[in-house]
Design a protein around this ligand. Structure first.
Ligand code: SF4
Length: 200
């Protein structure tokens, strides 16, 4: 596995974060590595479902820090084909996969987190049966390799190259606050769909 590429991506991300006015990022981390822990993430699809158990030995061989399984994101909630994913098979597999990862000494995550009953609704139910709630833009921001600052959905609130203020000013800017206020008003945006950051 090519971790050299990951390292250069992270160096670029660190550079962008420092451009936001947090110049002593590495110093802030104390003795911690500025490079993040590496997780192998697998999206659960009808095609990957029979192969999920193969990810643990792959993760072990690659020497990563943890594994995660991500429920499929899809946008057209109410017309999603019920037969697309065998949810009962997935529910039976989840405890086995957790045990397998534990036995291998690897932390494992399934996300977004939800109960069994909510998982059935997630894959087979309608939009009306899900919570209309999202908190992501209050605690997270992404800075991409182009320097775009975005909460999610590709909505760019600023760019580290063109911004005029500090990170605090970007975070509390009119544009960012309007985005959050609109989310409060709507609960979720029409295109949030089964976003992995939504609170189900
Ligand atoms: S649920 Fe919607 S608002 Fe929340 S993170 Fe996902 S796309 Fe953004």
């Amino acid at each position: 596995m090519a971790f050299g590429f990951l390292r250069s991506v992270n160096l670029k991300a660190i550079e962008n974060i420092q451009s936001l006015g947090i110049p002593n990022l590495i110093q802030h981390l104390g003795g911690w590595s500025p490079f993040p822990a590496v997780t192998i993430n697998t999206v659960i699809t009808p095609e990957s479902l029979p192969h999920l158990a193969e990810m643990v030995p792959i993760a072990q061989a690659a020497g990563v820090d943890s594994v995660s399984y991500q429920h499929l994101m899809f946008s057209d909630c109410s017309s999603h084909d019920e037969a697309a994913l065998d949810v009962e098979q997935l529910l039976a597999d989840i405890p086995r996969l957790k045990q397998q990862a534990r036995d291998a000494g690897l932390p494992v995550t399934f996300y977004p987190r939800m109960s069994e009953s909510k998982l059935r609704v997630y894959y087979q139910g309608s939009e009306d049966e899900l919570n209309r709630k999202g908190m992501f833009p209050w605690y997270m921001v992404q800075v991409d390799m182009l320097g775009n600052v975005t909460p999610c959905r590709g909505f760019v609130v600023d760019n580290v190259k063109t911004k005029t203020g500090s990170f605090g000013e970007v975070w509390n800017s009119r544009r960012f606050r309007d985005y959050r206020n609109e989310l409060v008003r709507l609960g979720v945006f029409p295109d949030c769909g089964r976003c992995c950051h939504r609170q189900y």
